[in-house]
Design a protein around this ligand. Sequence first.
Ligand SMILES: Nc1nc2c(c(=O)[nH]1)N[C@H]1C(S)=C(S)[C@@H](COP(=O)(O)OP(=O)(O)OC[C@H]3O[C@@H](n4cnc5c(N)ncnc54)[C@H](O)[C@@H]3O)O[C@H]1N2
Ligand code: MOO
Length: 402
Amino acid sequence: MSLLSVDEAIARILGDASAPLAAETVRLDEADGRTLAEDLASKRSQPPFPASAMDGYALRAEDATEGMRLTVIGTAAAGHGFAGQVSAGETVRIFTGAPVPIGADTILIQENAERIDATTILVREPVSAGRHVRRAALDFAAGDTLIAVGTRLGARELSLAAAMGHGTVPVRRRPRVAMIATGDELVPPGDMPGPDQIISSNAVGLAAMIRSCGGEAIDLGIVADDRQAIGDAIARAAALPADILVTIGGASVGDHDLVKEALVTSGMTLDFWRIAMRPGKPLMYGRLGAQRVLGLPGNPVSAFVCGLLFLRPLVHALLGHAHGDQSEPAVLAADIPANDRRQDYVRATIAAGHSGLPLVAPLPIQDSAMLSTLAAADCLLVRAPGATAARAGDACHIIRLR
Ligand SMILES: Nc1nc2c(c(=O)[nH]1)N[C@H]1C(S)=C(S)[C@@H](COP(=O)(O)OP(=O)(O)OC[C@H]3O[C@@H](n4cnc5c(N)ncnc54)[C@H](O)[C@@H]3O)O[C@H]1N2
Ligand code: MOO
């Protein structure tokens, strides 16, 4: 049986998400992690006036010579400028952030001024022209485009947007991802499993992955391995305004693997099922109305790796981000055997290498049910289909997990 390659599967999924979701306007305090939908230009200049960077005295550069006595004619504080003008032999007491008064062009820091009496100071050290004055628009000017479309907004961009005069920003709508876990054996996290049962661990991890790449996760819970129950859950999901439906488990060939059949009965157009990948072979993709359907295998590591390789790029594509190769070069720390026809994603640890490249050691057991090794891994070592045996010191490629 010839299986679809990982690259072809990614291309098919992303080909179905060529247009990003619509934009919406959100308040800045709700915009953390959102993707900017338009270039953002500044509504104002910063600072809007020449501003003092220090506490001290505003004066004219030519008066800033050692031993000079100056008359203090007023005070300028942040938020309270001095209305008058500074002339020869005059100074204004000034504080950090205050507008530099007209006529003054230099700040003498207070450590270098001696207060002689209530209205006189002595310049103790000379200061060069323009010192400690932030010119108007030093940071940015009105009209400057400072944050590019497609930027994921974080702490730095949000502060900048606020300073630019924006109270709201246009962002891409968050891709909504509904999830259904299937399996008679599953109980929700926190519940005590009965005999023959295990805890449904995949959805909570996938939800975290979805949120961290900019999507919104809607967990529809656990559904029994029953045609009717799965069909009902699919109908509930299809009625939601979700962009992606993720099913977990029941994707393989066993008698209880009913998800594909239930989806097709519900009207899904199947694009592909099963790919040349380990873990993750039973991956499925299709369309159910407006929703893209990603059928993930139930094995916890398979579900996670398929989430990383297919769901994350899909969410990114709906946010308008270009898809790039997630892998990077590394060096093997151990000999590894030849690969078969499936692209392998091997859990591995990273040590610092002499060449500057990460030195990668595969973990000894690669069972796709083992979450402890997934959590212990620093990266996935990517092995191409048909790759020959490789030796310690050989080049390789990894996808970082941390
Ligand atoms: N005869 C064959 N058997 C299997 C094949 C095959 O090609 N021929 N493929 C294997 C591969 S590869 C995988 S991966 C699994 C995937 O199977 P399913 O997607 O049908 O998953 P399930 O059978 O429902 O579950 C597999 C395993 O994972 C556990 N599971 C399921 N859901 C969850 C969840 N939400 N949280 C935690 N664990 C979950 C489940 O209990 C099973 O242990 O099929 C192989 N079989
Ligand atoms: O290839 Mo399946 O995805 O575990 O192990």
